[in-house]
Design a protein around this ligand. Structure first.
Ligand code: PMV
Length: 387
């Protein structure tokens, strides 16, 4: 039986949500909780999601990826998609980005990769994504000899792990996130859920961390540019835990992002608050680079004050943050706010988790910076190739 299963982690934002949409720096870490997407040929020639008919309008991320990677007009057959995972939806933990990254990776592997030759020696890197400048992408695994073999069609067909490119899955996920958020989405979630680890997004190229690529997105009001970096967590990060407290309140990202945009439209002087979040995030990045987690925690708490000031916190989030504070180094909401989750940085995960649960939150515990997307199973791939 043909099938491909791919998974991607959720993420938690340590600094800079909302301001990152306006080009300011931010830091996100991949968490231990993941979403897994399994695709198989459909048994009844209809698109299926968890055994029922797939409603494309209710699943815009999946729809966007199918249009890009699995186009019906070229004869791509319907699939049966099965989603599993332990990232709560619409709660600031990047569930839609993790779903998008895992779906992109599964479809990409299921399709195989065609690399067209431009002449006898050159291979064209064939990227089927949303146009963007990608630099420093993960090199292909030439040791497997894929590029050395010539097929009659002068194309190369690569399947398996090497056919999945972190950058490509990140950019595909960013494209569908932006479409689902009325054109406003930073690449933070998609890059973190694809690459894993600790991701720094900045308006400038940061020193002392690995540069991944630049992303550009034309939004209604302006074109934004972000430099994306990956940071190796400092060695003392091993003693640190994130305790995530879920208010259980549904808080779609698009609505929160639109609220902030409206606030700025009505009173442009409030861009000062967004700029302050950017400055706080910059201090947070410095503290992380120094491995000074006491300061990281204090900076998270400072970030929370500004998030409250722009109106994206809520009484329920404030309540969980207050409960977590005595046992943690710092706490703040994570993601779009208005409900969803808060995160506490702590050395005492059990104590912090108990305090949050007592205050009515549901908790998850994670280390800082889990691994990124992975292809967990691939049997008899490709499931379809464009002729
Ligand atoms: O709520 P989440 O996990 O989708 O995070 C949203 C983060 C924002 O900065 C509010 C939006 C964005 O696109 O970066």
């Amino acid at each position: 039986m043909e099938c491909v299963t791919a998974s991607a982690p959720g993420k938690c934002i340590l600094f800079g949500e909302h301001a990152v949409v306006y080009g300011h720096p931010a830091v996100a870490v991949a968490i231990d909780q993941r979403i897994s997407v399994k695709i198989q040929p459909s048994p009844n020639n209809l698109w299926l999601l968890d055994g029922s008919s797939l409603n494309m309008n209710r699943n815009p991320h999946i729809k966007g990826l199918i249009e890009k990677l699995w186009p019906e007009q070229f004869g791509a057959p319907p699939l049966s998609i099965h989603i599993e995972g332990n990232i709560p939806r619409a709660s600031g933990l990047g569930s839609s980005a993790a779903l998008s990254v895992a779906t992109a990776a599964a479809l990409r592997t299921a399709r195989g990769r065609w690399v067209s030759k431009t002449d006898g020696t050159q291979q064209q890197h064939w990227l089927e994504g949303f146009g963007s400048t990608i630099t420093n992408s993960e090199p292909y695994d030439n040791s497997l000899g894929f590029f050395a073999q010539e097929s009659p069609a002068e194309r190369y067909h690569i399947t398996g792990k090497s056919s999945v490119d972190y950058d490509e899955c990140a950019i595909l996920a960013h494209g569908v996130e932006a479409a689902a958020q009325q054109g406003r989405a930073s690449p933070m979630d998609s890059s973190t859920c694809s690459h894993g680890g600790m991701i720094i997004i900045s308006d400038v190229i940061e020193q002392g961390v690995d540069y991944l690529y630049q992303r550009t997105l034309a939004m209604a009001d302006a074109t934004r540019h972000w430099h994306i970096h990956k940071m190796t967590p400092p060695s003392n990060a091993e003693d640190m835990f994130l305790v995530i407290g879920n208010t259980g309140i549904y808080a779609p990202t698009g609505k929160q992002v639109a609220n902030v945009a409206d606030m700025l439209l009505q009173d442009p002087s409030r861009m000062k608050e967004i700029d302050t979040i950017g400055q706080i995030a910059r201090r947070g990045i410095e503290a992380l680079k120094e491995g000074d987690f006491d300061r990281v925690g204090r900076t998270m708490t400072e970030n929370q004050l500004m998030l409250s000031s722009i109106g994206v916190s809520s009484p329920e989030l404030d309540n969980l943050i207050k409960a977590a504070s005595p046992s943690s180094l710092g706490a703040k909401l994570t993601g779009a706010g208005g409900g969803g989750c808060m995160v506490a940085l702590t050395k005492k995960p059990k104590e912090t988790s108990d305090a949050i649960e007592l205050a009515g939150g549901r908790t998850l515990i994670s280390r800082l910076g889990s691994s990124g997307l992975s292809i967990d199973d691939s049997q008899n791939a490709p499931l379809w190739t464009k002729a």
